[in-house]
Design a binder for this molecule. Structure first.
Ligand SMILES: [Zn+2]
Length: 272
C-alpha cells in the first residue's frame, strides 16, 4: 500500500476487530483473547506462534506506553500488510507499564516484515493521538463498541517526521546496547537467545538510527549514555538544561552535543 500520504487508522480496522469488553484479567490472556478474534476472522492463520512472538517482545520491553494504553506488536508475515485488533478492559489489566498503571486500551498490531515503513507510519500516528489526554479519556469512556470504533476512526496516520515520537526508540536502543555488550561475554547457549533478542529490536528501529548506533558501538563499545544529574554519563559534560528535562520521561531520541552518544534518562526507582 501507499505510505506516503495520510491515511486513517480505520483503513486497517473494521468494527469486528474491536473488543469492547475484554474478558481477560491478565496480560497474556488478553493478548490471546485479541489474537483469537483475528484467527476467527481468518486475518491470521495460527495464533500460537504470533502469541509467542508478542510475549517475547513484551519480555524485552513492555509495550504499555503509560496512561492506560498498550501497543503490543509482532512482526510476522500474515500475507497482508498489517493486521490490527483493539481491546478495551473496563477493570484494567496489569501490563508492566512504564508508569505502573493498569492498561485499559490495548491496540495489538501484527505487521508484515516486508513493509517496515508502514509500521513506523502507523505507530507515529497512534502515538500522536494517544498522547492527548482528552482523546484517551474518550476511548476509556466510550459507551459501546460502535462508539469506540467511531473514536478510533478519528486517528489520522501520517508519515513519521524526524521529530515524531516513535515508541520506545531510546529505551529500545539502550536495551540493544545491553544485549550486544552481553553477547561479547556470553556462552554459546545464551548467545543464541541474545542474538534473537537483538534481531527483534533491530527490526523495529530505523536504518539511519542503527547505522549511527553501530558506528558508535564500533568506535567506543557503547552508543547510548544515561543522563544523571544533568550530565551525560558518556563524557561527564552537562547537557543543556532544556534538553535534560526534555529527555526526562520521553522516548524521543536525543544526542549529546559534546560526545555524540544517544542519551537516555537514568531510570529512577519508582516511588509507588
Ligand atoms: Zn556526552
Amino acid at each position: 500500500m501507499e505510505v506516503s500520504k495520510a491515511s486513517y487508522f480505520s483503513d486497517f480496522l473494521s468494527p469486528t476487530q474491536v473488543v469492547y469488553d475484554l474478558k481477560s484479567s491478565t496480560k497474556i490472556q488478553a493478548l490471546e483473547e485479541l489474537l483469537t478474534v483475528l484467527e476467527k476472522k481468518k486475518l491470521i492463520k495460527n495464533k500460537e506462534p504470533i502469541l509467542t512472538r508478542i510475549i517475547d517482545r513484551e519480555r524485552l520491553d513492555s509495550t504499555a506506553i503509560g496512561h492506560g494504553v498498550a501497543l503490543p506488536h509482532a512482526r510476522v508475515n500474515t500475507g497482508g500488510d498489517i493486521t490490527v485488533v483493539v481491546g478495551r478492559s473496563k477493570k484494567g489489566i496489569e501490563f508492566d507499564a512504564i508508569d505502573n498503571k493498569k492498561v485499559y486500551i490495548i491496540i495489538l498490531v501484527v505487521w508484515n516484515p516486508s513493509i517496515p515503513g508502514l509500521f513506523n507510519h502507523l505507530f507515529a500516528g497512534l502515538a500522536q493521538f494517544l498522547s492527548k489526554e482528552g482523546f484517551r479519556n474518550r476511548l476509556f469512556n466510550s459507551a459501546s463498541r460502535a462508539d469506540l470504533y467511531k473514536i478510533l476512526s478519528e486517528i489520522v496516520l501520517q508519515l513519521p517526521q524526524l521529530e515524531d515520537k516513535i515508541i520506545n526508540r531510546a529505551s529500545l536502543l539502550h536495551k540493544l546496547q545491553k544485549i550486544e555488550q552481553q553477547r561479547k561475554k556470553a556462552r554459546k547457549e545464551k548467545l543464541k537467545e541474545l542474538k534473537r533478542q537483538a534481531i527483534l529490536i533491530r527490526e523495529e528501529l530505523d536504518a539511519s538510527l542503527l547505522d549511527r548506533y553501530d558506528r558508535l558501538m564500533e568506535r567506543y563499545g557503547f552508543a547510548v549514555a544515561e543522563v544523571e544529574d544533568g550530565a551525560c554519563q558518556g563524557c561527564y559534560i552537562n547537557v543543556a538544561t532544556g534538553m535534560s528535562s526534555a529527555i526526562e520521561g520521553s522516548n524521543d531520541i536525543y544526542v549529546c552535543e559534546n560526545c555524540g552518544k544517544y542519551l537516555i534518562a537514568k531510570k529512577k526507582k519508582e516511588s509507588a
